[in-house]
Design a protein around this ligand. Sequence first.
Ligand code: HEM
Length: 532
Amino acid sequence: MLLAWLIGIIACLVVYYVLSAKRKFEYWQKRGVPGPRPWPFFGLFVQKIKMGMGKFDAWGNQTYGRVWGSFERDQPVITINDPDMLRLILVKDFSHFINRRDADINGPLLDNAVSVLHDQKWKDVRSALIPTFTSGRLKEMNGLINECCDILIANLGKKADSGEEFECQGLFRTVTMDVIASTFFGTKIDSQNDPNNAFTKNATEAFNFTALNPALITYLFFPWALPLVKKFDVQFINKKYIDFFVENTKEIIKMRTESNVVRKDFLQLMLNSMQGTGKNSERKLAEPVADLAVDTDESQDADIISHHLSEGSFQEKPLSHKNYKLTLDEVVAQSIIFFMAGFETTATTLTFLTYCLALDQGIQDKLRQSIEEVMQDLEEPTYAAIAQMQYLDNCVNEILRLYPPASKTERECNADWEYKGLKIAKGTLVTIPIYAIQRDPEFWPNPDVFDPDRFSYENKQKIKPYTFTTFGQGPRNCIGMRFAYYEIKMVMVHILRNFRILPCAKTEVPLILKDMGFISPKNGAWVRLERL
Ligand code: HEM
């Protein structure tokens, strides 16, 4: 009897999942949008895991064209590789596509993070954060970043002297973590000399995503169980790692408030905004929020980013009309999200660049020489010097094109939208397949080749807008973009002025990628160094 019941239940579930897969496939067919047929229950999950997210999107583009449809859970997903459509979605019609999806597995504190906030609340918080990332602020961080780089160079010197082969990503994580801890929290954690310290361990573990992440599995396959698992504190990034950062951040804030210590770091800027003493609080109602890509304060100086490439990041309209004051929870949440978003992405970029320079000594020599031409008698790089290093900018952009740390981003459509007969219904998720667009041979000839000259002054003018979207585009692009460029360039200048990067026996060619969460080398990127 029990067996009969069991067989009956399984049969019902099979029928349900088969019909549901059919319904999802037909949803896009009816709208004339091609796309893969999802498997019952698994959807397209198995293919994504097998290929990796970026390669899955590239396969989708090749097979179905520039616009194709699929589903995630019960939500229709449309993947768009058409740069003209992306311009509309990310910039012109941004008001239809303000938010990313609400996965509701971030945990109560991270629900306050700018990356997951929605609508007006997002506008308020983002507006309050903008003054934190101007080039003026970055210039103030120069000494702190140089300090972390000096430790790196001392440690690399030991590796060069011993002829040791080493894996770069682990090493770069410790540098970028030290930089973030120092520039954001005014704290020296010295994870470079103590890679087992609690900050490094917790942050690295927090990013150790696998397809078996319990929150991800529940979200994708058993959404009805979400309220239940949330009761057990299951969230996308394990609660124990988040708690570690919450406790530390709150402790630092408490110490500052009690002792009235004022520092020149990002945390202080946020605390100023909380207390209404920040630059933001002086903004007049009608005054537009500072442009996200172009720093009006410093517009007479060369900037650290290529404006041409961040076309569309212009803040066309003010985001918020209020002089928003951050709450304590919001300050803590932003601190954590900056830490999380900031160290792994920059470490990965440094890793890939080091790897590619090891394999191409010609490019490495040219880069070193171009850096020396700017540095001349300077002992340590300054913001102004970095901004003049054109070939370094080309190399960094090319590595970000070839290996974008985030293989995709997304927007959720909040009101029905139409373009040339294609209707996107409210509630549809729009996927922007960063990796796939940046490896598309129509936009990037020989897309798998590392060729910094694609970004030379002359060639850059020919790059089709919205085909380089490593940092996203439009008002909701990466808020840390300028900081990331600055940090990556500073670290590379220090390394290349001291060492030649060489391949070693363990250098994997071609590099196999891991593409769950952020893109990274699956088996690490191994090199060795020689002192110059
Ligand atoms: C190489 C380094 C980095 C890359 C490639 C990168 C990439 C991205 C991408 C693709 C997005 C989504 C943009 C969109 O949807 O249009 C994003 C958002 C974001 N990034 Fe970055 N990022 C990097 C470094 C950083 C750093 C250093 C920070 C902080 C210090 C940061 C903080 C953020 C935040 C807070 C958001 C959400 C912004 C919002 O929703 O308003 N990122 N990033």
